[in-house]
Design a protein around this ligand. Sequence first.
Ligand code: MG
Length: 350
Amino acid sequence: MGQGVITMAHGAGGSVMQGLIKKYIVSALGGSGVEVPLEALDDAAVIHGIVLKSDSYTVKPLFFPGGDIGSLSIAGTINDISVMGAEPLALASGFILEEGFALEDLQRVLLSMKAASSSAGVPVITGDTKVMERGAIDKIAINISGVGIRNEALDSNIAVVKKHRMFEGRWLVDSGIRPGDKIILSGTIGDHGIAVLSARQGYGFETKVTSDAAPLNKMISKVLRVGGVVKMKDPTRGGLANLLNEWSEKSKVGVLIHEEKLPIKEGVRAACEMLGLDPLEIGNEGKIALAVIPQKVDEIVEVLHSTEEGKDAQLVGEATEEFDMVAMETVVGGRRIVAPPVGDPVPRIC
Ligand code: MG
């Protein structure tokens, strides 16, 4: 039976949250036997060729530089479906509203959702609203679920991988990375988390950094058409450190990244230094990491560079059999372990 109570760390994307999901949620609800099931803890599930994803958004504050809870919610769910190698088709929305929440703010959030969904070409086609008493919830929480179908370029993408090495399964999953695969980042890290923090009361620092929240389905389709992608994943809560540790654990490979190659904006670096944060652990909402076969690195980086969202893409590391953890070669020449964060140092960023 359960003991104790939920703490903020249970929602923070690190090892405490992973523990909650495995010990409680998977053990109660897992075991469906579908193609990519709950217990895979991947970005989305797959059943009868349909990719299904649900995600809830509780970001604080609701409005921040570069976005708001509305645009964020659309982007987050679309990206989780897309990284599986799927084409998102439609979304479902659930709103939980606090008594006293300004209708003007609700309308602003809805218009922002509409703009994001139109730009991605993925409509919201059903939904639900509930209201809770004042104090029972903080203004608004949004759930966005979505469905997708196999991306038309996924088969040709996998065929390119198979020309060079073994590849099992029909989807891009966390457990498919092998030693020798290269790791590409689609752009700068830490922007979203730092932008949200800068708008949060009590932190009081000024920055030009804006959130990167954006739907990436169109960029992802372009990359799949090149071929050679083994897995993609969005470094949201827990940041790149959490993402790479998930890959390392599920694929049973080591991952080595090179600090000097990590794209990080000066404003993010400065804010992290001031607040004692590690940019590797800060969440992003408009970036993906890609594991690709070495033969296609140059072409994939080139295609990423041709898109607005991927213009700062960079090869940052590789999977290795030398060790079984995540390590970083630092700018001064040493190596340090990149541990999975215990919890996101910045709670409620999504
Ligand atoms: Mg994800």
